[in-house]
Design a protein around this ligand. Structure first.
Ligand SMILES: C[S@@+](CC[C@H](N)C(=O)[O-])C[C@H]1O[C@@H](n2cnc3c(N)ncnc32)[C@H](O)[C@@H]1O
Length: 291
């Protein structure tokens, strides 16, 4: 059962998630305005790293986090011990234990790559958000990961990592590229779709060494499952470490890793357009559609 999550549930993973949330807070939260909302649900909250940051940004929000893993939720209770108002719930994202129309904002951050049916999860999020609310999905598209010039040992590990994640966990590491299609097929109204640069050697606001260390820990976090299930060998693991050591001391090597943020909402109710055309049944118009 614990195989569904390639990164595992160790203490090292708990620390990695907390460091990751801080490291990636700009691509995750920049441009989001929570001021008009009273409640937010993060599905796939893991150890509470994002909820901690959200509470600092928007203390007025009633926060709920849901995760499948009892171990991660136990860690979240520790990390969020000072934040008594945050409600943590164990459950499956495919079948949310919340009523229809009950939250202002439904969010996922790095969740959908791990689930076997992303459309079912998005359908559930659309069900539980209020008609005036929104669903905000920030998700990877692992195709965007790469080094220039290419680093074969890192690429080989990354390919194996993505195969392992998809085959043993049933997820889709390229889900970011399909969010719009899935949301629209569910009848949602897409309000925004924006690429997010998660890690980039051209980002001068962050130290190159810190970004590389983040990427290295991300890739190495899959090692236990990749080795156990035959997706990688100890030789590949050594070559990965050597390649990262090389990239660290060669500042001319570029790297990039991106994601997608999709904001959507429930299909909006139709209203008749009064008096037009005269004498005929009025054609429907979507509320809040651009005029
Ligand atoms: C990469 S972590 C993301 C954690 C958090 N959003 C963050 O950014 O720190 C993915 C989390 O999704 C959870 N998860 C995977 N499948 C799930 C499912 N079907 N229902 C609920 N949680 C799930 C895992 O247990 C893990 O805690």
């Amino acid at each position: 059962m614990t195989e569904y999550y390639i990164h595992g549930f160790s203490d090292a993973e708990r620390r990695r998630l907390i460091a990751q949330a801080r490291m990636l807070s700009t691509p995750v939260f920049d441009g989001l305005d929570f001021s008009g909302a009273d409640s937010l649900l993060e599905v796939g909250c893991a150890v509470g790293a994002e909820l901690h940051l959200i509470e600092q940004r928007a203390p007025q929000l009633a926060l709920t986090g849901l995760d499948l893993s009892a171990l991660h939720l136990q860690a979240a209770r520790g990390w969020l011990a000072q934040h008594e108002r945050i409600n943590l719930v164990q459950g499956d994202a495919h079948s949310l234990p919340f009523p229809d129309d009950s939250v202002d904002i439904g969010m996922t951050i790095w969740l959908l790559e791990h689930v076997h049916d992303a459309a079912a999860v998005i359908r559930e999020l659309l069900r539980v958000v209020k008609p005036t609310g929104s669903v905000i999905l920030t998700e990877v598209d692992n195709r965007s990961f790469g080094f220039d010039p290419p680093q074969p040992a890192i690429s080989a590990w990354w390919d194996a990592f993505n195969r392992c994640q998809a085959e043993i966990g049933g997820g889709d590491p390229y889900i970011g590229g399909r969010l719009r299609q899935i949301a629209e097929a569910l009848g949602a109204e897409v309000l925004a779709e924006t690429p997010r640069a998660v890690i980039s050697s051209s980002d001068s606001s962050r130290h190159r060494a810190d970004q590389l260390q983040y990427l290295r820990e991300l890739l190495e976090s899959g090692a236990e499952r990749m080795l156990a299930h035959g997706y990688a060998s100890v030789e590949m693991q050594r070559a990965l470490a050597t390649a990262f050591d090389k990239v660290r001391v060669q500042p001319t090597i570029a790297f990039h890793c991106g994601a997608v943020r999709l904001i959507c909402r429930k299909p909006q109710p139709k209203e008749p357009r009064a008096g037009w055309p005269p004498g005929a049944d009025a054609p429907a118009r979507a509320l809040n559609s651009p005029s």
